[in-house]
Design a binder for this molecule. Sequence first.
Ligand SMILES: C[S@@+](CC[C@H](N)C(=O)[O-])C[C@H]1O[C@@H](n2cnc3c(N)ncnc32)[C@H](O)[C@@H]1O
Length: 385
Amino acid sequence: MPEPLDAALTKVRELLLDPNLTRAVAAGRRRGQRPSVVRAELRPVVLKAGRRLQISTSDGSRPYTRNVAPGTEAGAAVDALLAEPFGNWHVETADATLQLRVTKSGEAQLHRAAADRAGAEPSGHDRTKDYLLDPGDPIFAEIGGSAAKRRQVDAFLRALAATLPDELSGPLRVVDLGCGNAYLTFAAYRYLAQRGVDVELVGVDVREDQRRRNTELAERLGWADRVSFVAGTIADAVVEPAPDLVLALHACDTATDEALARAVRWRSRWVLAAPCCHHDIAAQLRTRPAPPPYDLLTRQGILRERFADVLTDALRAGLLRLHGYRTEVVEFVDSRHTPRNLLIRARRTDGTATGQQRAEYRDLVDQWQVRPRLARLLTEDAPGG
Ligand SMILES: C[S@@+](CC[C@H](N)C(=O)[O-])C[C@H]1O[C@@H](n2cnc3c(N)ncnc32)[C@H](O)[C@@H]1O
């Protein structure tokens, strides 16, 4: 049932200023009117100065972000936004989601739903302890805190915890290759630092805008002396001294191979790589017939793509084994949440590859007539290379 717009906006205002606010977005426009910005997003953040309401607006080309103090300042900023003729408001709090749509006749259609408990964060005390990083940790106010993101962060941290020994002596140098907006990087730092590990972390991404943004975020979090960012390619970025732990999470296509090759050259002790898309071997399989009797595996395009994914990661694991790493391929996020859920987890043992391990790898590439990118990246005279 439509209701008067003023009354509905008053309800929106209450939630926007509620300490339980998670995120709110205003967008669209009312009939015949145009807001001064095309979109506004609000979310709570915790800065050194304390809790703030972050308001990001966009005029369609450039974003503008400001942080306002709770109380009068936030109230005035929220009132100014509510006065804009937006067509929709979407407001999420820890308990509820409120959706306001302004009808053609200028009334409000309000829809309120309880927070999706199945998909949302566990907020009760007993479930919070199931998370390696408390869902209430202030870091989530900075890196974003949707339920899906927290689940992914937790799954990644569990894989990290299972890879590292319980006791670490000395500093742990970590590099995150293809770190993107670095929310997993920051989560890894926070988790390891909370465990008492002396961590130094470098995030590498080819995008200079990500370097700037991530560096600012590290400064805001007060971690800039321990977490730094470099703009450069995975293959060439200068990272000194060599890292003990290499992370490469969803780096595109053969960027995963570049990350694995660097880890091998650095002789890093641990590697966690979540492959993203796989095009290299898929493209090679398209150009040659499958060896008998496997034609049915690659005749259909979709099966060929999936098989190429499996073959790519199997060969990566095989190559790492030839280079002295004990390697496992595991599922790290439930496949309901993302199809990109494999993790290559490797620990350097310095073991020498056996003749059988070399033969297994060699037979597989010979039979399928493929040359994995990782093999090319590792030196020609390397085992299996
Ligand atoms: C899909 S994002 C993943 C970001 C982050 N690791 C995560 O899991 O959320 C892939 C990132 O890798 C970066 N990237 C891809 N290829 C790269 C390369 N060769 N060198 C450096 N960065 C690269 C992209 O710029 C992008 O930010």
